[in-house]
Design a protein around this ligand. Structure first.
Ligand SMILES: Cc1cc2nc3c(=O)[nH]c(=O)nc-3n(C[C@H](O)[C@H](O)[C@H](O)COP(=O)(O)OP(=O)(O)OC[C@H]3O[C@@H](n4cnc5c(N)ncnc54)[C@H](O)[C@@H]3O)c2cc1C
Length: 445
C-alpha cells in the first residue's frame, strides 16, 4: 500500500484518482486542487456562452463528494506551493491562509495548463477576458448581460477562439477574430479545410482579420475600447485572449526534465525523470504516433488516458501508453470538421516527405432523396513507406466516427494501400458502395 498524492484534480487528475481507487482501493489517495470545482468540461464553454445549452450543471462529471465516496481525501482550494522531491514532501497553502506540509510515497502531477497572456499594453483593462476555468466562463456570461457590450474581439483563431466567436455571434454581438496567421485552425487542418471554416464564419457575419499582429489594447475609463493591430484599429467592448496554453510546470521546473515547451518530459509510463514522480495531462508530454516522437498535445482526451496509465503504474501495475494521434473535432454552425495525425502543412514544417490524396463525394448514394451532404476527405501518408500519417474530414453530415478509424490506422502503421482494400460495409442509408474512404485510398499515387 502506498500513499499517493495527486496535485490537480481536473480531467487528468480525476481519471488517475478514479483509476487508483477503482482498481487498488487499499492505497491512500490524497488530492490537492487550488480551484473550488472539479472536472469542468471547457469544451462545453462555448455552448453555454452561446445559449446552446441552458445551464452549466452537465459540464461537470465529478466533485469532491464523489471522489471522497470512493475513498480519496480531497482538499479543494488548497494550493500546492512547493514540492521537495528529495524528501517527498509537499507544502500547501489552504483556503484559510494556513500552511501545511504533507508527505507522499508517490506523487502524480496533474497541474494542467495556463492561458498564454500576450505581453501587450492594455491586457489588464476591464473586459479583457481569459477563457479556461468555469469561473472565466461565468464572468463572461455575466458581462454579456450588459447591453453596452456590443463589439467583441477574439484574439486567436484556434479552436477555442473560433468556438467562442460563434457563441458571441449567436448572442447577436459584432464579432471579429484577429490572428497573426493568415487563417484559422492551422494546427489541425490544411488550407482546403481552413478555407471552408473561413467561409463558414464569414457567411455568419463574423469579421476575420487574419495576418495581423495585435499591438495594443486601448481603453477608456479603465475599460477596453479598441484593439490596435499592425493594420487597423477595431472597436471592442470586450476582448477574449485565446492565443493558446502553456504547461503549468511551476512545481517541477527546477528539478524534473522538461520538453522544449516546458512540459514535464515523461516516458510511456508517465514517469518523469525523478523516481516516484508521475506527470499527466496538459502539464506533460505525449508520445505522438504520427511523428513517432515525443510531442505536446493539450487535449482532455489525452489527459484522461494519461491519468489512467499513471494510476496503474503508481499503484504497482506496469503498463505503457500506446501513444496518441491528436484526434480532434470542431463543429461551428453546421460545419463539422475532424482530424487526426499530421497535416501536409505540419509535415512540411517537420521536414517529413509526405503525399496526400483528396476525395469529395456525397455521404450516401445519389438516389437518396433526403438531405445528403458532401464529405470532404484528405488522407496524408508517408511518401516512401506509404504508412498513413493523418486525415482530415469536413461535412455538414456527422461523419465524425470515421476519423477514429484513421486514428487506429496511424497508431497501427497501416499503409494507404491496405486502407484501399479495407472491408467497409455498404448500406444506402449510411454510405456509398464506392465510398470516399475507399476512393481516396485507391486514387493515392
Ligand atoms: C475553452 C476550452 C475548450 C476545450 N475544448 C476541448 C475539447 O473539445 N476537447 C478536448 O479534448 N479538449 C478540450 N480542451 C482542452 C482540455 O480542457 C484540457 O486539455 C484539459 O483541461 C487538461 O486537463 P488537465 O487535468 O491536464 O489540466 P487542467 O484542466 O488545466 O487542470 C489542472 C488542475 O490542476 C490544478 N492545479 C494547478 N496547479 C496547482 C497547484 N499548484 N496546487 C493545486 N492545484 C493545482 C488546477 O486548479 C486544475 O484544477 C478545451 C480547453 C478549453 C479551455
Amino acid at each position: 500500500m502506498s500513499k499517493i498524492v495527486v496535485v490537480g484534480s481536473n480531467h487528468a487528475g480525476t481519471a488517475a484518482i478514479k483509476t487508483i481507487l477503482g482498481n487498488y482501493p487499499n492505497n491512500e489517495v490524497v488530492v490537492y486542487d487550488r480551484n473550488s470545482n472539479i472536472s469542468f468540461l471547457g469544451c462545453g464553454m462555448a455552448l453555454w456562452i452561446g445559449d446552446q445549452i441552458s445551464k452549466p450543471d452537465g459540464l461537470f462529471y465529478a466533485d469532491k463528494e464523489s471522489l471522497e465516496a470512493m475513498g480519496a481525501k480531497v482538499n479543494m482550494e488548497a494550493d500546492v506551493q512547493k514540492v521537495d522531491f528529495d524528501n517527498k514532501k509537499i507544502y500547501v497553502k489552504l483556503k484559510d491562509g494556513s500552511e501545511i506540509v504533507d508527505s507522499y510515497d508517490k506523487i502524480i502531477l496533474a497541474t494542467g495548463s495556463l492561458p498564454i497572456i500576450p505581453n501587450i499594453e492594455g491586457k489588464e483593462l476591464e473586459n479583457v477576458q481569459q477563457v479556461k476555468l468555469y469561473q472565466n466562463a461565468q464572468e463572461v456570461i455575466d458581462k454579456l448581460e450588459n447591453p453596452d457590450i456590443k463589439d467583441i474581439v477574439v484574439v486567436g483563431a484556434g479552436y477555442i477562439g473560433v468556438e467562442l466567436a460563434e457563441a458571441f455571434e449567436r448572442k447577436n454581438k459584432n464579432v471579429t477574430i484577429v490572428d497573426i496567421a493568415d487563417t484559422n485552425l492551422p494546427e489541425y487542418y490544411d488550407q482546403p479545410f481552413t478555407d471552408l471554416m473561413k467561409e463558414n464564419l464569414s457567411s455568419h457575419g463574423i469579421n476575420l482579420e487574419f495576418g495581423q499582429t495585435v499591438q495594443e489594447i486601448k481603453g477608456t475609463d479603465g475599460k477596453v475600447s479598441s484593439v490596435v493591430t499592425n493594420k487597423k484599429e477595431i472597436k471592442a467592448d470586450m476582448v477574449i485572449l485565446s492565443v493558446g496554453f502553456r504547461p503549468n510546470n511551476a512545481l517541477g521546473k527546477d528539478k524534473l526534465d522538461l520538453f522544449r515547451n516546458g512540459s514535464y518530459l515523461v516516458n510511456k509510463k508517465q514517469e518523469t525523470s525523478v523516481a516516484d514522480v508521475y506527470a499527466i495531462g496538459d502539464c506533460a508530454t505525449v508520445y505522438d504516433n504520427a511523428i513517432d516522437n515525443t510531442s505536446y498535445i493539450a487535449l482532455a482526451t489525452n489527459a484522461v488516458r494519461s491519468g489512467i496509465v499513471a494510476a496503474h503504474n503508481a499503484a504497482g501495475t506496469e503498463i505503457e501508453s500506446i501513444g496518441v494521434q491528436g484526434s480532434n473535432g470542431i463543429c461551428i454552425y453546421d460545419l463539422k470538421m475532424v482530424s487526426t495525425g499530421i497535416t501536409v502543412n505540419k509535415a512540411k514544417k517537420l521536414g517529413l516527405d509526405v503525399s496526400y490524396t483528396d476525395f469529395e463525394d456525397t455521404q450516401k448514394p445519389g438516389f437518396i432523396e433526403t438531405e445528403n451532404p458532401n464529405v470532404k476527405l484528405r488522407i496524408v501518408y508517408d511518401t516512401k513507406t506509404r504508412v498513413v500519417l493523418g486525415a482530415q474530414m469536413a461535412s455538414e453530415y456527422d461523419m465524425s466516427m470515421g476519423i477514429h478509424m484513421f486514428s487506429l490506422a496511424i497508431q497501427e502503421k497501416v499503409t494507404i494501400d491496405r486502407l484501399a482494400l479495407l472491408d467497409i460495409f455498404f448500406l444506402p442509408h449510411f454510405n456509398q458502395p464506392y465510398n470516399y474512404i475507399t476512393m481516396a485510398a485507391l486514387s493515392a499515387k
